[in-house]
Design a protein around this ligand. Structure first.
Ligand code: DGJ
Length: 749
């Protein structure tokens, strides 16, 4: 609900209040964003500058309360006494916007510029501020767990205005904070980094042309002392896939100014008289229940208001993807063999990745072309898709429509369609970007992708993008608008196609892409130990149903690390499960284990994909209120490990629960020369018999009944291996081992 009373605006939902007021000078003063409060609390929550701070500019002589530099503001100008960073820059001009009116709308106000938008707010506040020759509108959309802001600047004068920067939101929050940003690079996405926000500005930005794996646009601010389960945490994110910018800086007055929007670097727009410019939407979330509470609010917002409505709570299929198993080396015969094997494992969707078109036998050629390679696929995509569907699998296909290889028919026909600048082209993965600002380029992509989707009954698309954008210059934003136009035209008429976007893994994991693609390929790094970091980082901002997570081969291609198949499965369960390895090379024991993994995942798929997610001391848990699945993950184990305690969150202390540890499959072969003491099989290490005996020893699953109170307090787990002997009833777990515990509420007696 949004109300206005004597210039006090109150956006309220069950979990938060967002309060601001228009002051005597027409400046919108921020008052409170946090736990629900009363409108009448406004005076107590407002800044009181008293006699001011000295050496300041005041809007009215003698009134320290008119010093913009010392106020908590919802928006601030420049060149008029607020020396902090301004969310707006007009070339060669000061800005000083003052309140002129408001309207409260039911539902949302559609955006006009082609950017994606969160859907389903209860109400939207439109607050208008003006200065001579320009009008600034601040929109506030009220969602159950988030406030979503955007800004529109309109030229109401008679001369052009040059706009160099316009943030989606700016807010001054009292207090001291630390910023959590999520940084990295290829195969190393979403590494959490904590930085204190003091008087030196902390910036989180991308300049690569996309939201980037270097700095995800989502970030958090927390009060020192906040923990996973308690304390004040704010979350911010941008519904945008291009260059982004966010800054946080604390003033002498203890106000922390936070702003977020499109990066102003290389951004410039001339607004003709009457013309307006609209920013992407910025998401603001709050929790007093720590990082876990903040993530729950963000997850609810993304699931209910960002991803396409069709896919809301719609189970995602278990898929097989051809990439890591085949790379470019496949033909129809091999794919159908893989499909048979994938079906036998329990997969539901077969995805043909890169390499099916043009001369695409390596990453040097073919991008931009859409003719099927008949040498590899003699019956075309239609024939392949039909045969795969006859096996009872859905068929999915990989595309990389935004790029072109110079060695392609498209480039030979239309070299001018590639995005270049005045310098010789510089390559990334042997490819250039197509100029999506050109309507004919967008039409080419829409026509070709749509034709193929309809001709081959494709139910899933992996939309890849594998180069950092260069040569974009001031076109960066228009490129992203072009991308959204293409996605909208292809996928809005085909809502049932599951779109998984990808950019060399997680190089474009953002809310803009999630408006079209309900899931995103999180990383080309499928090593489960690395995934613990990557998926954990994502979990702060994005629900697990948005995270593509696959089991791949060991040793792993990116890290050379060998990990148990059990752990590869246990980690991938906490996302949208898939398999991506050469199935022909699986041992029978591995086939059996994967069959069990997929059957188990399917049984609890809704809980894994849509259940309430929590980070715990030992890993992660998901819960639907009745069933909880708790993952316990080990990285490097130490000698003589102590007792391990599993603390489960959110259970009913009065209820009883059945706790079942899942069966573990342990390969005998891994014990090498230790085999004799740990296993009754009498074989010599490194001999044929060992290879034959390299079967799985399946440890028994164990079940106990425990009260919710005990589980919340923390139960002690089975002993880990301590070098003091082998107990066949307990798995001898070493490095990178893991468990998933099934915790089911028992009916009250
Ligand atoms: C990069 C992606 O992240 C991979 O999963 C795969 O699709 C390759 N591109 C194909 O070229």
């Amino acid at each position: 609900m949004i109300t206005e009373e004597n210039g006090v605006f109150h956006i309220q939902a069950e979990r938060y209040s967002y309060l601001f007021k228009i002051d005597a000078y027409g400046l919108p003063e921020h008052v409170h964003f946090g736990a629900p409060v009363k409108t009448g609390d406004v005076a107590a929550l407002s800044c009181r500058p008293g006699l001011g701070w000295g050496s300041n500019i005041v809007l009215k002589d003698g009134d320290p309360a008119s010093c913009p530099d010392t106020l908590a503001l919802e928006w601030s100008g420049s060149g008029r006494g607020d020396y902090r960073e301004s969310p707006l820059e007009l070339a060669g001009q000061s800005t000083d916007f003052r309140y002129s009116g408001y309207r409260i709308h039911e539902g949302s106000i559609p955006m006009v510029c082609g950017l994606p938008q969160a859907h389903g707010p209860s109400q939207t506040l439109e607050l208008t501020l003006t200065q001579p020759g320009a009008e600034l509108t601040l929109f506030y959309a009220a969602f159950p767990t988030a406030v979503v802001r955007r800004t529109v600047l309109k030229n109401t004068g008679s001369a052009p205005i040059r706009l160099n920067k316009l943030m989606s939101m700016s807010i001054d929050m009292p207090g001291s904070y630390r910023m959590v940003s999520f940084n990295g690079g290829w195969i190393a996405e979403m590494r959490r980094c904590d930085t204190p926000v003091g008087s030196a500005k902390v910036v989180n930005e991308s300049l690569t042309g996309s939201s980037s794996n270097r700095h995800n646009p989502g970030f958090l601010l927390y009060e020192p002392g906040a923990t996973e389960d308690a304390g004040r945490v704010y979350g911010f994110n941008l519904i945008y896939s291009g260059n982004h910018y966010a800054a946080a800086q604390q003033s002498l007055q203890n106000l922390t100014r936070v702003m977020q929007g499109i990066n102003g670097s290389n951004f410039s727009r001339e607004l003709q008289p009457g013309e307006a410019y609209e920013t992407p939407e910025a998401v603001l979330c709050h929790s007093d229940a720590g990082f876990g509470g903040l993530s729950a609010n963000m997850h609810a917002f993304v699931m209910d208001h960002v991803i396409p409505v069709y896919w809301r709570n719609r189970p995602r299929p278990v898929l097989y993807n051809s990439w890591e198993g085949c790379v470019f080396d496949f033909n129809q015969h091999r794919l159908l063999d893989l499909a048979n094997r994938a079906k036998a494992l329990g997969c539901e969707l077969f995805v043909l990745d890169d390499g099916w078109f043009g001369q695409r036998n390596s990453d040097r050629a073919g991008l931009g072309d859409y003719t099927v390679n008949r040498k590899k696929l003699p019956e075309g995509l239609e024939g392949l898709s039909r045969r795969i569907r006859e096996k009872g699998l859905e068929f999915g296909l990989w595309f990389e429509p935004e790029s072109v290889n110079p060695d392609s028919d498209l480039y030979r026909a239309h070299p001018d369609w590639a995005l270049t600048d005045d310098f010789p082209p510089v390559m990334g993965r042997n490819q250039l970007l197509l100029d999506l600002t050109k309507p004919e380029v967008r039409d080419y992509i829409v026509e070709n992708v749509s034709r193929i989707l309809d001709s081959a009954k494709i139910s899933y698309v992996k939309w890849d993008m594998n180069r950092h954008s260069v040569a974009l210059g001031v076109k960066a934003h228009d490129f992203i608008l072009g991308l959204y136009d293409v996605l909208r035209r292809i996928f809005e008429p085909r809502p049932g196609i599951l779109l998984e976007s990808c950019s060399s893994g997680g190089n474009r994991f953002d809310l803009g892409m999630l408006c079209f693609s309900p899931q995103i390929w999180a990383s080309d790094d499928t090593d489960p130990v690395e995934r613990l970091t990557i998926q954990n980082g994502l979990s702060y901002l994005y629900p697990q149903s948005t995270v593509g997570a696959h089991v791949s081969a060991a040793p792993h291609g990116q890290t050379l690390r060998s990990t148990p198949l059990t752990t590869r499965g246990n980690v991938a369960y906490f996302g949208c499960l898939g398999y991506e390895l050469d199935l022909k090379r699986l041992l029978p024991v591995e086939v059996k284990e994967i069959q069990e993994q997929i059957a188990f995942y399917k049984q609890y798929r809704e809980v894994f994909q849509f259940g309430a997610f929590r980070r715990t001391e030992l890993g992660w848990q998901v819960s639907d209120g009745t069933v909880t699945l708790a993952g316990v993950f080990h990285r490097l184990v130490h000698a003589a490990p102590g007792y391990e305690r599993l603390r489960v969150k959110g259970l009913n202390p009065q209820a009883d629960y059945r706790v079942t540890s899942l069966t573990q499959a342990i390969r005998v072969g891994q014990f090498g020369s230790l085999l004799k003491p740990v296993d009754p099989v009498n074989v010599k290490p490194n001999r044929t018999l060992l290879r034959i005996a390299d079967r799985h020893v399946t440890s028994r699953s164990q079940t106990m009944t425990v009260s919710g109170a005990a589980l919340c307090s923390g139960i002690l787990l089975n002993p880990l291996f301590r070098g003091t002997g082998y107990d066949p009833n307990q798995p001898a777990k070493g490095d990178f081992s893991s468990d998933v515990y099934l915790i089911e509420e028992l009916p009250a007696e």
